[in-house]
Design a protein around this ligand. Structure first.
Ligand code: NAD
Ligand code: TYD
Length: 351
């Protein structure tokens, strides 16, 4: 199986979960290793013959063609992307390049390879595109959750670039018959999450004694999904999803950012008590993100009804596991937060 972005947060969790199961296919892991890609996350796979890593940019068509020809994958699972909304606001160009042009290149390489397969291999082939709920835009407090038929209304350069990639994937099915599947997941959290996103950033700052910067009034709502549950959903869609269909993946965990940060602080107070006071004392309210989407919420009934998938974790159980993982893996965090990360933090939170 060819996995793109398998050194990033969700991709690496997927690769580790997949290879920990007996009898699963080997993985060719294609990742450019941007600031968000981290080979330390994959360290436990050292010497595992079922994992081959290739440092490759998905915008490099010739390199992709070689990988398809050499490894003859039966499926592609496409995670590679620029994924951070705040970065897309500062510098959208890379988002257009990787998320749109890169996905186009990957589709073209997959289409060429797939076109040369025999009838049985062609029918069995799958191209699974990992997208986001952010393509659907922002909900008001009383609006129904996003379903698979909700209209696209992306609001950030990130979500617009993901929306464009979704349209390409859809078109490759309708025009060429490429057997595609698309998933739209809500905000993930869990081990190996790069500390620029809300949950790992708050934990990292809390433990370092820095302030916990909440954008705006902190009442924006996200629907949190434990990364292990997301990986299980992808496995289900890959194995049994109907070709050409889209599936929403959510945790049924709508919470305001302030609620999430309070819960994190309370868990840290319990598991790593400070000498004086609570981690909640470090919370500060900072200038809001431009165009900040107010609420995301996923209706994941289709996935449950058709494929029998349900999340195993509640936000409370998943966050407890996640906080414990970060406390136990400070060396990974130190490694991930060296270098460029410091410049990003200094610029993004300067005000
Ligand atoms: P991430 O930023 O942690 O990892 C992205 C990975 O892609 C990194 O390893 C990076 O090196 C690699 N990459 C970037 N550009 C590349 C290129 N041009 N060629 C090859 N590799 C490249 O992202 P993530 O959080 O793991 O997200 C994975 C996917 O899931 C993305 O497509 C994202 O849009 C989607 N998604 C994520 C979330 C979330 O909460 N994290 C929610 C919804 C959807
Ligand atoms: P983020 O993890 O960047 O994911 P997304 O923007 O893709 O949903 O942000 C989650 C929420 O947390 C979002 O409403 C923005 C907010 N947020 C803060 O309040 N402070 C921060 O420092 C960050 C990074 C995010």
């Amino acid at each position: 199986m060819l996995v793109t972005g398998g050194a990033g947060f969700i991709g690496a969790n997927f690769v580790l979960n997949w290879l920990s199961q007996d009898g699963t296919d080997g993985i060719i892991n294609v990742d450019k290793l941007t600031y968000a890609g981290n080979r330390n996350t994959l360290a436990s796979l050292g010497g595992n013959a079922r994992h081959i890593f290739s440092q490759t940019d998905i915008c490099d068509r010739a390199a992709l063609d070689k990988l398809f020809a050499a490894h003859q994958p039966r499926a592609v699972v496409h995670f590679a992307a620029e994924s951070h909304v705040d970065r897309s606001i500062h510098d959208p160009a890379e988002f257009i390049q990787t998320n749109i042009v890169g996905t186009f290149n990957l589709l073209e390489a997959a289409r060429t390879y797939w076109g040369g397969l025999d009838a049985a291999a062609k029918a069995a082939f799958r191209f699974l595109h990992v997208s986001t709920d952010e393509v659907f835009g922002s909900l008001g407090p009383g609006d129904p959750q996003f379903s698979e038929t909700t209209a696209y209304r992306p609001n950030s350069p990130y979500s617009a670039s993901k929306a464009a990639s979704d349209h390409l994937v859809r078109a490759y099915h309708h025009t060429y018959g490429l057997p595609v599947l698309t998933t739209h997941c809500s905000n993930n959290y869990g081990p190996y999450h790069f500390p620029e996103k809300l949950i790992p950033l708050m934990m990292t700052n809390a433990l370092a004694g820095r302030s916990l910067p909440i954008y705006g009034d902190g009442l924006n709502v996200r629907d949190w999904l434990y990364v292990g549950d997301h990986c299980a959903a992808i496995c289900a869609v890959l194995a049994r999803g109907r070709v050409g269909e889209t599936y929403n993946v959510g945790g049924w965990n709508e919470k305001t950012n302030l609620d999430v940060v309070h819960t994190l602080c309370d868990l840290l107070d319990e598991l790593r008590r400070k000498a004086i006071g609570s981690y909640r004392d470090q919370i500060t309210f900072v200038k809001d993100r431009p165009g900040h989407d107010r609420r995301y919420a996923i209706d994941a009934h289709k996935l449950e009804r058709e494929l029998g998938w349900k999340p195993a974790e509640t936000l409370e159980t998943g966050l407890r596991k996640t906080v414990q993982w970060y406390l136990d893996n400070q060396a990974w965090v130190r490694n991930a937060t060296s270098g460029d990360y410091r410049n990003w933090m200094a610029n993004q939170y300067a005000e």
